[in-house]
Ligand binder design. Structure first.
Ligand code: NI
Ligand code: MN
Length: 226
């Protein structure tokens, strides 16, 4: 599957032509000025929580696409109240089969207020099973023992994990998270966008190497094949 990084925690995952966009935050990200948001099309926009740095470009992408928002009940309802009607509400522990595969909403330890201060439900992660591949998109989260439940439903091939520290897990906890979910490949996210979350990439590589986990530190605009 092809994965394109749009910076911060935003990825496009192309599943045999069906495009999932996770947590779009492109226009306000000075490091992502090379990305043309108006050219991005989605079939589904998945949102882990309500913070601005995860949904700044939802409206633009939604309006340019014939797509649906998959998120918590509260976030889907919030966008519906703004006229972005097409959405699929979920809540933690729930699973749904879509045309591209199954999505299970899982816990995240974080917070989730909407940009206008309204309640965004609880923050979430997603476990996606598409064909023979299963991956975990953690959203913004601390390390939590709940992650040990994730591989009990089947092997995780790779995971998108935050590594930037301060607001989420840092590098060492992300390596531990990879071992909790029994994944040996991690795509890093939520790093370097702001001064609070700048990381030492060499240190990150070392920590993951010591734990024998492959770490992918994607470049903005880069497409990787997994
Ligand atoms: Ni957040
Ligand atoms: Mn965030």
């Amino acid at each position: 599957m092809n994965i394109t990084y749009y910076g911060h925690s935003c990825f496009e995952v192309d599943l045999d032509g069906i495009k999932l966009i996770f947590d779009p935050f492109i226009t306000p990200n000075p490091h992502a000025s090379g990305i043309d948001v108006s050219a991005i099309r989605a079939d589904y926009i998945l949102l882990s929580h309500g913070h601005e740095d995860h949904l700044a470009d939802v409206e633009t992408i939604f309006k340019n696409s014939n797509c649906s928002i998959i998120s918590t009940f509260e976030i889907v309802s919030w966008f519906q109240s703004k006229g972005l009607e097409n959405g699929h509400p979920m809540n933690h522990g729930g699973k749904w089969s879509f045309d591209f595969g199954d999505v299970k909403m899982v816990s995240a330890i974080h917070s989730s207020s909407m940009p206008d201060g309204s309640y965004g439900g609880n923050p979430a992660g997603f476990v996606i099973t598409a064909g023979n591949t299963r991956f975990y998109y953690a959203g913004d989260t601390a390390l939590t023992y709940d992650m040990k439940l994730i591989p009990e439903n089947g092997k995780i091939d790779f995971a998108f994990l935050p590594v930037g520290d301060n607001f989420t897990m840092g590098i060492e906890d992300a390596a531990k998270a990879a071992s909790f979910i029994e994944a040996n490949k991690v795509v890093a996210m939520h790093f370097d966008t702001f001064p609070y979350i700048e990381i030492d990439k060499n240190q990150a590589r070392e920590v993951f190497e010591e734990n024998q986990i492959e770490l992918i530190l994607p470049e903005i605009g880069e497409t990787i094949e997994i």
